[in-house]
Design a protein around this ligand. Structure first.
Ligand SMILES: *[C@@H]1O[C@H](CO)[C@@H](O)[C@H](O)[C@H]1NC(C)=O
Ligand SMILES: *[C@@H]1O[C@H](CO)[C@@H](O)[C@H](O)[C@H]1NC(C)=O
Ligand SMILES: *[C@@H]1O[C@H](CO)[C@@H](O)[C@H](O)[C@H]1NC(C)=O
Ligand SMILES: *[C@@H]1O[C@H](CO)[C@@H](O)[C@H](O)[C@H]1NC(C)=O
Ligand SMILES: *[C@@H]1O[C@H](CO)[C@@H](O)[C@H](O)[C@H]1NC(C)=O
Ligand SMILES: *[C@@H]1O[C@H](CO)[C@@H](O)[C@H](O)[C@H]1NC(C)=O
Length: 560
């Protein structure tokens, strides 16, 4: 853009002088550069927006000027026009930035501020007097660093070149090491891709996960789901049968004293699980009820009273998603806990045993997550803290309903053993980073651990994965999840089954919930109640039941 000398005033004149380098040349004469403004008929011919020698004049200055001087001269004093133009001004400004406002400029006492503070000057500068092609021949003096584009600066009038960052790069083109790649994929909300975004040097590529078609670009055809609509019709008969099953398990006869026998004297073949806390045996009572008996490894004498207290409360608590504690035995050497037996094993096993995962679906994941969150929220309201939330403490029954087990059990582990036991159990990946530093919000530690379980459920990645050991910081699923979310890599780590079944918004929404649960600061995490509510909202969006016109009252469950 051209730079200009501008005069504002009536009967005013600006002279400027300057010098050039190439070829060396300077001038001072009136005729070379003169800008004269007059107001022959007073203020009435002065027009806003027109800088054409009435009240305002402008002239462009020559390219390549390296020095200038500007002087303002009054052709007559302003006494006669003091009412509308007490002063005249001359200044140099960028052409685009000054707009003449007419008479209001002529008598504006603040006018100098408008020019001094608001009208910029543009300094045109170039590197040497060389062309790009020549300059590149000498890497010693070539000014453009890595990932830049060289531009011949012809408009300066003296040749030379300038450097800019190459397309898709940002940074300082003149400073070592140069411009760096712009990662367009980092911001999930303004990503150019609708689902998968992969950053490439200076660019990015969009793609769609399996089950979707399209170019993946937000400004293109995006990703469209490619699936046949599956409608499952469930008859009322089946529905009431289901209710019957649920009902009967809720009203299972209460047993007052369940102890002993059952486990065949703790034979190895009865073992159904081992953890840092102890060993779990399967047992069968005389009346054929199947139970799980936990034999503790550690006992912290100081905690026993509190432990019994919690057991008492838990024994009286009924929640469909909490494993029922049937009894305990504290007289013996190590405490024994007796729980109802949950048939389908731990969520951990079900998630990570890649075979037999027909149950794994968006609606099952969401239901398991929602049920567990509800159970935790309920127990927190008592209040009891779980202290050892992990997927191997969430059991699934034969209808894949989640049941949280091991409430209060971690009480029994002496504090100095906690670290040991968490290592043994692999609980390390679930551990709240604030855990050792703050005991002020212990329930928020459960929230953190629950966030890890959610991440595990959505990605089917183990909380601590040796496979990822070469990248130290992503060994830990929590960190890996946050990093992936931050880099808009979410759809590369979410399980493909979920990507196929859930909408993008649902997956982002649940992932944001995970991120909130994994906040470093306990107070920034939601409460379990809030988590349960958020999951409940998602659940509502996922399944809805449309009563059909079918006379027999068939209902259709349409899974989105
Ligand atoms: C301004 O000019 C008028 C006539 O042109 C003259 O009478 C007056 O003295 C001048 N004032 C100053 C301050 O020079
Ligand atoms: C001009 O701007 C400066 C700085 O903002 C301010 O201090 C000064 O009062 C202004 N002058 C007038 C006349 O408003
Ligand atoms: C650049 O300028 C220098 C001196 O100012 C001169 O010696 C040299 O020849 C010029 N180079 C080009 C390519 O114009
Ligand atoms: C990025 O790649 C697309 C095609 O994949 C291309 O059209 C576009 O021009 C590229 N952008 C840059 C800055 O290289
Ligand atoms: C220049 O771009 C390449 C490819 O994206 C990248 O590997 C290199 O680190 C970049 N240079 C700098 C200084 O960032
Ligand atoms: C889980 O339950 C289903 C149905 O009740 C059954 O078919 C399946 O074998 C069970 N899986 C395990 C691992 O127990």
């Amino acid at each position: 853009r051209c730079k200009q000398a501008i005069v504002v005033g009536c009967n005013d004149l600006a002279r400027y002088s300057g010098s050039f380098e190439n070829p060396p040349y300077s001038f001072t004469t009136d005729d070379e550069a003169k800008c004269r403004s007059s107001c022959k008929s007073g203020a009435k011919n002065v027009v806003a927006g027109q800088c054409n020698n009435v009240g305002c004049c402008q002239t462009s200055i020559s390219k390549g000027m390296i020095q200038y001087q500007i002087s303002h001269e009054y052709e007559s004093n302003h006494t006669t026009m003091s009412s509308y133009n007490p002063c005249g001004y001359s200044f140099l400004a960028d052409q685009e930035s000054f707009k003449f406002r007419g008479v209001s400029d002529l008598n504006d006492p603040n006018f100098i501020n408008r020019t001094v503070y608001d009208a910029p000057l543009v300094l045109v500068w170039v590197i040497s007097n060389d062309t790009c092609a020549n300059a590149k021949l000498d890497p010693e003096t070539y000014a453009c660093k890595e990932n830049t584009t060289c531009v011949n600066a012809d408009e300066s009038g003296i040749g030379g070149y300038r450097c800019t960052c190459a397309p898709g790069y940002k940074g300082h083109p003149y400073l070592s090491p140069g411009c760096s790649d712009i990662n367009k994929c980092t911001d999930l909300d303004s990503s150019p891709c609708s689902m998968k975004c992969t950053n490439t040097p200076g660019n990015y590529t969009c793609s769609c996960p399996t089950g979707y078609v399209g170019d993946g670009r937000v400004d293109g055809t995006s990703c469209k789901r490619q699936f046949p609509t599956i409608k499952v019709a469930l008859g009322v008969g089946f529905g009431s049968l289901f209710l019957l099953i649920v009902g009967s398990s809720l009203f299972l006869a209460r047993r007052r004293r369940i102890m002993k026998v059952a486990t065949k004297n703790f034979k190895d073949e009865q073992i159904i699980g081992r953890g840092g806390y102890g060993t779990v045996y399967k047992g069968i009572l005389l009346d054929r009820q199947i139970i799980a008996v936990k034999k503790s490894k550690f006992v912290d004498e100081n905690q026993i009273e509190q432990f019994i207290n919690e057991l008492n409360i838990l024994g009286q608590t009924r929640h469909p998603n909490v494993v029922r504690l049937l009894g305990c035995c504290l007289e013996v050497e190590v405490p024994l806990l007796v729980d109802e037996f949950i048939s389908n094993g731990t969520l951990f096993d079900r998630i990570h045993n890649k075979d037999g995962t027909s149950w794994y679906s968006w609606s099952n994941c969401l239901r398991i997550a929602m049920d567990s969150a509800n159970a935790l929220a309920y127990i927190h309201s008592i209040p009891i803290i779980h202290r050892d939330i992990k997927s191997s403490n969430i059991l699934l029954d034969d209808s894949y309903t989640a049941k949280i087990s091991d409430f209060g059990a971690s009480r029994l582990i002496p504090l100095h053993e906690t670290h040991l036991s968490t290592v043994v159990q692999g609980t390390l990946g679930y551990l709240d980073p604030e855990y050792f530093f703050s005991s002020q919000l212990p329930e928020k530690s459960d929230v953190y651990s629950f966030g890890v379980v959610l991440a595990e459920l959505l990605t089917r990645i183990r909380p601590l994965s040796p496979e990822r050991e070469n990248e130290e910081q992503i060994q830990n699923l929590a960190t890996y999840f946050i990093k992936s979310m931050h880099e808009d890599n979410l759809f590369n780590i979410l399980d493909s089954q979920l990507i196929m079944e859930a909408t993008k918004e649902q997956l982002i929404s649940i992932s944001k919930l995970v991120i909130r649960c994994l906040s470093i600061k306990g107070e920034e995490r939601p409460t379990m109640k809030e988590v349960a509510m958020d999951l409940g909202e998602l659940w509502k969006q996922t399944t809805y039941i449309i009563p059909s016109e079918n006379q027999e009252g068939t209902i259709f469950i349409d899974s989105l």
